[in-house]
Design a protein around this ligand. Structure first.
Ligand code: ADP
Ligand code: MG
Length: 682
């Protein structure tokens, strides 16, 4: 069956409504069949008229005794129908719908659904939904009815009617594509029952089952696609990187600290991958400050020591610069030259770097998006690190990959994410976790303060800065406008310098500053020349100044949990006791909850779970920049178990039949499913 026929040709739609449906993301017959209700109303429970209670929504089955039209004012006409069942009488009232007089003839049997009012012993139903009871099956009343997302020009009744007719016409043509063994194993309904059940369930139980199956279906298709892509990556041969004992020890000896066990473990993972002859695809997750950079440096080093080139790409110039300042000397010590390539690198120098990269004279390059410009070529790029990978799109990752020779890939993320989300987003990567902070780190003491307590907060900052340490003050987030945000940062910095902390040097950092301005400020902060840095969230990512031990966050309620956690990660990076003060006049339940979590835990994974829970998947599912597919039924929090099952079954099936050759329909579905669009660029 041609499920992809444009919706315009579906009965009851036509070109005009097709445009409205398009706004709802429904363009084909298949979209319509998978147009999932946003909620349901249980109108199945028929009530006798004499038992109707005020202020409840109820369904009654009754017949019309008589109908009258009543003109109340010039612009208000009522249609009043007297209706009866065998227990009593009620009045149904509609406003300005005079045509109803011709529909609701005396004796007509109908269902009414609406809010009940009892007035002077009389039962009234105002503006009820009605449906003529001329067949055994009802669409709009007398059952659990679906409530769809709408757009102006489409009503529930229209959409419901169209879907009802569509299912009647096409449901028998839907073909099952999930292997029958799987349906049986979990007791999932087949596709026809599931689709019927998600739109017009005959009971709560049927609805639950339908949902379960459709959520599984979505996750299953996604996992199959992800895993198949991964398999094709794994088939790719990649250069073998050998790491000798001496090579490794030379690196370890050059470090000013002992690696943590977690870091060592990740290094073992990497070593195994790059020696395997297949290309490494590994995600390194580690909380802020857990020490991912040195692991990246190790990887760059061993690749380069094998005579290949390696590269690390960071999302901002500040970060790239910081990596260069750290990794550069470390590798120089080991006899490897490093260069920095960012947007603001001088043209002449850029030219030189490009030439030397193409000739293979530069073993290690550190940079930003500048690295993926078209005219950048490598001689033999084999090791790639992407830092703070959530800041990059798949496209950008792939652009860098395409410059290499089936390169080994290490992507790093400081945003810890729950396992279910990791399976969704990174199902095609192996995952290593640094779950341990370098020893000697103290937890960041985190407090909440109201705006009235600001003076006390400033006194505390004063004391700490006087003792030689440094502070961040983070300005309120203004999401809509970087310009406004910058302006408020300027004003706050001025106030801090002139009124609050005249005895200290206050610096300013915001997104509207030029790269070199930002760099200068960061350098002065790093060197201790600036005592207090007023900043917008530009400091969020990766900035590392161990002597900064206190952070004040203004209007903390405006930040998301993960963002607060990232910000807080800028302090507590040395062995000094650190503080984070969240200033907020808590005004919503959710803000209160977020701040409570922040003061309670430092564990990034816990915070990520809570973030997901609080923001809800509605928000998450929509946010494409996170790279999360738009699930229609599945919800990665509520349906976490389904997601795990889908993963498991997808692995089982692909083990048995890697090309899905015995599952033609399933394979077709995997190849065409729109849920995979978020992956397709890879
Ligand atoms: P992140 O994982 O957030 O990128 P970094 O790599 O910037 O963290 O490391 C944070 C700080 O911890 C840096 O100053 C780094 O030098 C230091 N560090 C990393 N590993 C260790 C270790 N094993 N022992 C002590 N300090 C470490
Ligand atoms: Mg980092």
């Amino acid at each position: 069956m041609a499920l992809d026929i444009p919706i315009q040709y579906v009965k009851g739609v036509g070109p005009k409504r097709a445009l409205l449906f398009k706004k709802l993301g429904v363009e084909t017959l298949n979209d319509l069949i998978y147009f999932i209700p946003k909620r349901y109303e249980d109108r199945s429970n028929l009530k006798p008229i004499n038992s109707l209670e005020s202020d409840t929504y109820q369904t009654v089955l009754c017949y019309v005794v008589d109908v009258q039209e009543e003109r109340v004012r010039n612009n208000l006409t009522l249609v009043k129908a007297r209706v009866r069942d065998n227990t009593g009488e009620a009045i149904a009232i509609w406003f300005n719908q005079t045509y109803l007089k011709n529909i609701l003839k005396k004796g007509t049997k109908l269902y009414l659904y609406g809010n009940i009012t009892r007035r002077f012993g009389r039962v009234e139903i105002q503006n009820p939904d009605y449906e003529i009871a001329d067949s055994d099956e009802t669409i709009h009343t007398g059952r659990i009815i679906p409530v769809y997302p709408l757009t102006e020009g489409l009503s529930q009744k229209i959409v419901r009617g169209i879907i009802w007719n569509t299912l009647n016409r096409y449901i028998d043509e839907l073909e099952e594509f999930i292997p029958i063994e799987i349906l049986d194993k979990y007791g999932f309904p087949d596709i026809k029952s599931a689709i019927q059940g998600i739109h017009f369930p005959d009971s709560e139980e049927i609805l639950r089952k339908a949902r379960e199956r459709l959520a599984f279906e979505e996750f299953f298709l996604l996992q199959l696609a992800i895993l198949r892509r991964r398999m094709s990556l794994l088939e790719e041969n990649a250069p073998i990187i050998k790491v000798s004992k001496e090579m490794e020890e030379k690196f370890f000896r050059s470090l000013p600290f002992e690696l943590t066990n977690a870091q060592k473990r990740v290094i073992e993972d990497i070593k195994r991958d790059i020696a395997s002859g297949k290309s490494m695809q590994r995600l390194l997750q580690g909380d802020v400050g857990s020490g991912k950079t040195v692991v990246a440096a190790y990887f760059l080093y061993v690749v380069a020591s094998n005579g290949y080139q390696s590269a690390i790409m960071a999302p901002t110039e500040i970060l790239a610069q910081q990596h260069y300042d750290r990794i550069g000397p470390l590798l120089a010590n080991l006899g490897l030259e490093t260069a920095l390539l960012i947007g603001s690198t001088k043209e002449k120098e850029k030219q030189q770097i490009k030439e030397r990269l193409a000739l293979g004279e530069l073993p290690v390059i550190i940079g930003t998006h500048a690295l993926i410009q078209e005219d950048i070529e490598f001689k033999n790029l084999v090791g790639i690190v992407i830092d703070e990978q959530h800041r990059f799109g798949v496209m950008q990752r792939m652009a860098l990959r395409s410059k290499g020779l089936s390169p080994h890939f290490l992507v790093m993320s400081a945003t810890p994410i729950p396992r279910t989300l990791a399976l969704t987003l990174y199902g095609d990567l192996d995952i290593s976790v640094i779950d341990e902070l370098p020893s000697g780190r103290l937890p960041v003491a985190t407090y909440w303060a109201s705006s009235e307590q600001r003076a006390q907060v400033y006194n505390m900052v004063r004391k700490i800065v006087k003792s030689g340490q440094q502070a961040y003050i983070v300005c309120p987030l203004i999401e809509e406008s970087e310009k406004l945000e910058a302006e408020s940062a300027v004003a706050l910095a001025k106030k801090m310098q002139e009124e609050v902390f005249p005895e200290f040097k206050v610096g300013l950092l915001h997104g509207k500053m030029s790269i070199s301005e930002k760099e200068e400020v960061m350098n002065r902060f790093r060197s201790g020349d600036i005592n207090i840095l007023v900043s917008t969230t530009v400091i969020e990512v990766g900035v590392d100044v161990p002597n900064a031990t206190v952070m004040v966050i203004e209007n903390a309620e405006r930040f998301g949990l993960s963002q607060l956690h990232q910000l807080r990660g800028r302090v507590g990076r040395g062995s000094l006791k650190s503080y984070c003060i969240l200033i907020s006049d808590l005004n919503t339940e959710e803000a209160r909850e977020r701040i409570k979590i922040m003061t309670k835990t430092q564990n990034g994974f816990e915070i990520a779970e809570a973030d997901l829970r609080l923001r809800g998947p509605g928000e998450l599912n929509g946010t494409r920049q996170h790279g999360i597919p738009d699930f229609k039924v599945g919800n990665i929090i509520r349906d976490a178990r389904m997601l795990e099952l889908a993963r498991e079954e997808a692995i089982n099936l692909l083990r048995k039949d890697p090309n899905l050759s015995s599952y033609k329909k399933l394979r077709e579905k995997v190849d065409t499913s729109r849920i995979l669009e978020f992956l397709s660029t890879g």
